[in-house]
Design a protein around this ligand. Sequence first.
Ligand code: IMP
Ligand code: MG
Length: 179
Amino acid sequence: MHKDCERILLTEEQLKTRVREVAEAVDRRYQGKIPLVVGILKGGIIFYADFVRHLTVPAELDFMAVSSYGSGTVSSGKLKIKKDLDRDVKGRDVIVVEDIIDSGFTLANLKALLLERGAKSVCIVTLLDKESRRTYDIRPDFNCFAIEDEFVVGYGLDYNERYRNLPYIGILKREVYGG
Ligand code: IMP
Ligand code: MG
């Protein structure tokens, strides 16, 4: 285990098993459709890469980078798009794949934006859900693990751009982020 982690919350094996299970459930729901699977950079990428490999439907892949800067204090703040989709979402069944839902700011705004652009449907798939932190009225349609309010890193999740490449999800030591 990395020295900056207090303990491992989810092992590689747990992640592998549960991601497969959730991806298969999503796949069943999209039979007969051609979903546009949108990965949210950068935190969602490792989860995304594992998730899409279990889909059997003819999925199209695309990416977006968004910033939730100011989400804690600005309640009416709009989502900042740092990299937009290549594809038009009009009339599409969109599946958004994200690492974690915390306050819900990012996904609530992103879902509203995609619907505003004419998406036929928007399904939210998350790896982690910190339910107790929610302040926006949004719930993932599929979630892999509900977790407590602790700062986690690894499997795509970062602290200051570090730890994303850890193959497991660990709880970061408080002394590292000064919490
Ligand atoms: P929300 O907009 O408040 O739902 O926050 C979602 C974003 O906060 C995620 O995309 C992450 O970038 C970040 N985030 C929230 N909790 C954690 C954590 O425990 N570790 C790493 N990033 C986190
Ligand atoms: Mg993120």
